[in-house]
Ligand binder design. Structure first.
Ligand code: URA
Length: 231
């Protein structure tokens, strides 16, 4: 496995690659910045939200608006700060008018998220709301049924504890939901303290063996000619 600094360098390379992404022409045309993600590139805890909003699009940083402030408050309540975790979204570009991400956009963008997971190597991945939960569980079950239930999942090459919770934006105006989110958040330290999961062995791709040189089959006519010449 590569060192944390090698993984960080590779993450920076993916970040630079994403800056000029035009896989979703409508999103590329309307964005101010690509909001790749921010925080600790070697974090044990990674949060995955939905998509940048207007503030995030302007600043190039995820969760800087009202939902982000709630996220910061909840992190503070468990003794953590942004610099301890990595925060990103399913989509790296803002959908116009903050509409829901389209299936094609999720499909176009998902490799960036999978590379982030592979390079950051988090122990716990906390999905915020439906879009991230459905994508990383590869299943349409909604957040209302799943929030607060931890499960072990293989995501790409990495085995993680996946922990779906409500999206902070949904909790902003619904105090009952905010209390559920807060209670789910309080379990994070206990999940982070669990021993790391055994990781699958990386698949070592053996180089193809050099092909054996073709045996030279003598051309019977040539042999005959040569033999003729002998006499
Ligand atoms: N909501 C999200 O899902 N992500 C952000 O970055 C901001 C708001």
């Amino acid at each position: 496995m590569s060192s944390a600094s090698e993984r960080r360098e590779e993450l920076k390379a993916v970040f630079h690659q994403a800056q000029s992404c035009v896989k979703c022409p409508q999103l590329a045309a309307g964005r101010t910045t690509v909001v790749f993600g921010s925080g600790n590139a070697d974090a044990d805890l990674m949060f995955v939200g939905e998509a940048p909003g207007a503030n995030e699009d302007k600043q190039g940083v995820p969760f800087v608006g009202q939902a982000g402030r709630l996220l910061d408050t909840l992190l503070g309540e468990i003794g953590m700060a942004r610099g301890d975790v990595f925060v990103c979204n399913v989509l790296k570009c803002r959908p116009p008018g903050n509409r829901d991400p389209l299936p094609q956009e999720i499909d176009n963008c998902q490799d960036y998220l999978f590379r982030q997971l592979e390079l950051i190597e988090p122990k716990v991945v906390c999905t915020l709301g439906n879009f991230a939960t459905k994508l990383l569980r590869a299943d349409p079950t909604g957040i209302t049924r799943l929030h607060g239930r931890v499960e072990e999942r293989l995501i790409g090459p990495r085995r993680v504890r996946l922990y779906p919770i409500y999206h902070p934006a949904a909790a902003l105006y619904t105090p009952a939901m905010a209390e559920i989110l807060r209670a789910d958040f309080r379990r994070l330290p206990e999940l982070l303290a669990l021993p790391g999961l055994d990781q699958p062995q990386p698949v070592v791709v053996e180089p193809e063996p050099e092909p054996e040189p073709e045996p030279v089959i003598p051309d019977p006519d040539l042999v005959y000619d040569e033999q003729l010449g002998l006499f």
